[in-house]
Design a protein around this ligand. Structure first.
Ligand code: SF4
Length: 304
């Protein structure tokens, strides 16, 4: 390749996009967002000094610092690689998918992501975190002139703690807010000691089984310290966190006052015949970051 061709290649939108996504992956895998760090640090103040909960939160804090300082993955569990992308009409989403998938391969080679994607039948590791269903892309069009990409790495241990309830439920109640609250608190109870708490919940009230789980996970894209614009849901979020933190489960199930860092709830319309409550349980390694990109693929603004 001639020098001129190399120069053109270096500044091509494809190259810019590749570099931007690669850096997004590095940041997401190795540096927890400030709102999460603030929540973990703040929670420690509520625990008795030297208690199991205090020690567990301290270890988590040390992990966060080590990963950030050495650009190493926060956890050996890479998690499901989830891209949420908004693009203007006419944008080539297929090209984005190809370039982002290549960036995942390179990030794995560079050690930003541990090799963590296996064939579902044979269990054979694909070695580069790609394959059917990995990474996952959720594309949406919007009327803004730029691209927004958010990336979440959702661990397998916490994914195992997700739960979906169909109301009415004989032990949890009917198709009302009380039934919803009981379902969410039951999920927290079932997860105790598993899923690497303290947890963060994304919840969807309504939808069907598939869209409910997807929308519940999307709630985890919200800032931890935001307030739900729906006052009824805002109250429910606060109530769930307060009651969960009175349960005594604590971080890693070691006891204490920090069982949940946050609960984020959204709602979708449902059919009169069904009422699902879908819950996405996120662990302390709450890896989500994002960026706004111009149409040349360059980052104009980092998110979170
Ligand atoms: S659930 Fe989270 S903290 Fe636990 S192993 Fe998986 S990614 Fe790591």
């Amino acid at each position: 390749m001639s020098a001129t061709a190399q120069t053109i290649d270096r500044i091509s939108p494809e190259t810019n996009l590749f570099e931007s996504i690669l850096e997004l992956i590095r940041r997401t895998s190795t540096i927890l967002p400030d709102d999460v760090v603030r929540a973990v640090t703040g929670a420690r103040k509520n625990e008795v000094e030297g208690s199991n909960a205090d020690v567990a939160l301290n270890v988590i804090g040390c992990n966060i610092g080590l990963a950030r300082d050495s650009s190493l993955p926060l956890c050996q569990d890479t998690g499901t690689i989830l891209f949420y992308v908004h693009t203007p009409a006419g944008y080539d989403q297929l090209a984005f998918e190809e370039i982002a998938t290549e960036a995942v391969r390179t990030a794995t080679k560079k050690g930003y992501l541990r090799q963590n994607s296996v064939d579902s039948i044979t269990g054979k590791n694909t070695g580069d975190n790609t394959g059917p269903g990995s990474p996952v892309f959720h594309f949406h069009q919007w009327r803004e002139p730029h691209v927004e990409v958010k990336l979440m790495l959702k661990g397998g241990g916490c994914e195992n703690m997700n739960a979906q309830y169909s109301l009415p439920h004989p032990d949890l109640g009917g198709r009302d807010l009380k039934g919803v609250e009981n379902a969410i608190l039951d999920c927290v109870l079932q997860a105790q000691g598993q899923g690497c708490g303290p947890g963060i919940l994304g919840v969807c009230i309504g939808g069907d089984r598939g869209t409910g789980y997807g929308f519940a996970k999307e709630q985890l894209l919200r800032m931890l310290d935001d307030t739900n614009h729906d006052p009824v849901l805002a109250e429910l979020e606060a109530r769930v966190v307060e009651k969960a933190n009175q349960s005594g489960i604590g971080p890693m199930g070691f006891g204490g006052k920090t069982t949940l860092l946050a609960c984020k709830i959204g709602k979708l319309n449902r059919l009169p015949a069904s009422f699902f409550v879908s819950i996405a349980y996120m662990c302390w390694a709450y890896r989500r970051r994002g960026a706004e990109l111009n149409l040349s693929g360059e980052v104009s603004n980092w998110l979170y």
